[in-house]
Design a protein around this ligand. Structure first.
Ligand SMILES: CC(C)(COP(=O)(O)OP(=O)(O)OC[C@H]1O[C@@H](n2cnc3c(N)ncnc32)[C@H](O)[C@@H]1OP(=O)(O)O)[C@@H](O)C(=O)NCCC(=O)NCCS
Length: 162
């Protein structure tokens, strides 16, 4: 089940993000400094701006979430930046794919006609998911992230929805 976030989801979003950051493998963030109140604030804002926060549940249990945020430029308001995480325990059973498909519908409803994202070049699962859904690689930033495991390239991808 996928729906937009409500205030009561803040602890799940906070904990989910913290858990994925703690894995130290997938995101270029070393520590999750946000507080639950930051998530409440963000959720509240989504009721008035064009940010989209989608949550996936399996049997009523939080499984992961996806965010879409408009680009900053006036001339790029049709473009949304995507972020996605799925809890380790719920990966590889289609949650990510469901979130990605749902966000295209929500995106179009919010007048987004293009989605952009970036991922570590060595993130095989994420890359495969995005490619299968029609995202194309538009660039590679060499050695863009200095992770504990070493330097990693950043892969830039995008998809036009219409
Ligand atoms: C990347 C991530 C969001 C994918 O979500 P998921 O729920 O695990 O993926 P799904 O089960 O929906 O699988 C979607 C696609 O991923 C690929 N995939 C899934 N498991 C895979 C595996 N073990 N090996 C390779 N590819 C795999 C497949 O291409 C699959 O497509 P298909 O259904 O057409 O075969 C999730 O694994 C995750 O949160 N990882 C850690 C955080 C992260 O990497 N976030 C993205 C940063 S850019």
């Amino acid at each position: 089940m996928i729906r937009t976030a409500e205030r009561g989801d803040a602890p799940n979003l906070h904990e989910g993000f913290r858990a994925v950051v703690e894995e130290g493998t997938w995101l270029p963030t070393f520590s999750a400094n946000s507080h639950i109140s930051d998530w409440v604030h963000w959720i509240d804002k989504t009721k008035h701006n064009r940010d989209i926060l989608l949550i996936a549940f399996i049997d009523d249990q939080y499984a992961g979430h996806l965010t879409l945020q408009p680009e900053e430029w006036n001339a790029s308001q049709h473009v949304a930046k995507l972020g996605i995480i799925v809890l380790k325990a719920h990966r590889h059973v289609g949650v990510g794919r469901s979130l990605m498909l749902a966000c295209e519908e929500f995106g179009l409803e919010h007048d987004f006609t293009k989605i952009i994202l970036s991922t570590f070049d060595d993130n095989v699962v994420a890359k495969s998911l995005y490619l299968h859904l029609g995202y194309r690689v538009v660039g590679i930033r060499k050695n863009h992230f200095n992770m504990p495991s070493g330097f990693i390239d950043e892969l830039l991808m995008e998809k036009e929805l219409v």
